[in-house]
Ligand binder design. Structure first.
Ligand SMILES: Nc1ncnc2c1ncn2[C@@H]1O[C@H](COP(=O)(O)OP(=O)(O)OP(=O)(O)O)[C@@H](O)[C@H]1O
Length: 303
């Protein structure tokens, strides 16, 4: 069973279209990165999955049922973009309050506070928490009830690099235990190793979706090769004889740096490896940021 299935969804606020013809599904035990500029419709997509509003057109199934139905809603964890708490409650009291609302086991309260690194601060009032601590408390709240589908809207906001890495490791563990996760963000650096697939929204449409390998195939962006050799000139000449289309070349006396088309990559690598002088070779595939810029650019947005 998929965590959710959206088929040809349209949605607009006050008849202003925001989402158009969105089809997207998430399987159990997968992490989907949902990306788009500010206002692209990421939060709106999440709210439709939560059942907070109904699509104008299209079919939407969540955890095999109707979005918003009580037996579906209690199996979903959600971290909103701007998480709000009662400032006078402690972290522990806050989580206990949400556990009651969600009908989640009380024993999860200390376990989750420990898991998000707030065990020591759990007796402090939330008004004394930093932004990152509030964000972690929000994450603990989303994890109450061991959700089958976890949706996180900009979860790294306010987190320092160590806390961000901790969050991604935690998400990986949850994914490995079968949770489907949507990671919604306009912050791309660092997220690439942790997602199984990406969906890119631009202009209200889903302009790309798939795993990174398939997005790279679809985009056909050049692969960058960086080679170091004492006779870089000679290396370049040999390469020019073997690789039909080099897009760009920059070099100094010991380095050549060039972009080759994906189909020419292996020919270029073999040619470089055949050189006895080659000291070092680095291969840089297009990054998630490159792919994002490509697909939003094609849709008329750009980076
Ligand atoms: N309650 C609302 N009433 C009217 N328009 C809205 C409402 N909520 C969102 N919008 C509009 O819908 C569009 C999509 O907003 P949404 O919040 O889904 O984008 P987002 O991709 O999550 O953006 P961000 O990265 O800034 O959070 C925007 O143009 C926004 O102004």
């Amino acid at each position: 069973m998929n965590c959710f299935e959206l088929e040809h969804i349209d949605y607009g606020y006050d008849r202003q279209p925001v989402l158009r013809d969105i089809s997207l599904a998430l399987g159990a035990g997968r992490i989907l990165g949902l990306f788009g500029h500010n206002g692209a419709g990421k939060t709106t997509t999440i709210k439709l999955i939560l059942g907070l509003m109904a699509p104008d057109r299209g079919r939407l199934a969540v955890l095999g049922g109707q979005p918003g139905a009580p037996d579906v809603a209690r199996r979903i964890g959600y971290l909103p973009e701007n998480v709000m708490f009662y400032p006078q409650l402690t972290g522990r009291e806050t989580l206990a309050h949400f556990a009651r609302l969600k009908d989640a086991p009380r024993r999860q309260v200390p376990e989750l506070l420990e898991q998000v690194g707030l065990a020591e601060a759990s007796g402090r009032r939330v008004r004394t928490y930093s932004k990152g601590m509030k964000q972690r408390l929000g994450l603990a709240q989303a994890l109450l009830g061991s959700p089958e589908l976890l949706m996180l809207d900009e979860p790294t906001t306010g987190l320092d690099p160590v806390a961000t890495a901790d969050l991604y490791r935690l998400l990986r563990r949850l994914r490995d235990s079968g949770t489907g996760i949507v990671l919604c963000s306009h912050v791309l650096p660092g997220v690439e190793p942790y997602i199984d697939e990406a969906a890119i929204l631009a202009g209200g449409r889903l302009v790309a979706r798939g795993n990174l390998a398939s997005l790279r195939r679809q985009a056909g962006l050049p692969v960058r090769l960086k080679a170091q050799a004492p006779g870089a000139d000679e290396l370049l000449q040999r390469l020019n004889g073997n690789v039909p289309r080099l897009d760009t070349v920059t070099r100094d006396s010991n380095t050549i740096e060039l972009d080759v088309r994906p189909g020419d990559k292996m020919t270029a690598i073999r040619s470089l490896m055949n050189s006895a002088e080659l000291d070092d070779l680095q291969i840089q595939q297009p990054t998630l940021e490159d792919l994002y810029c490509h697909f939003t650019g094609v849709a008329g947005g750009g980076c």
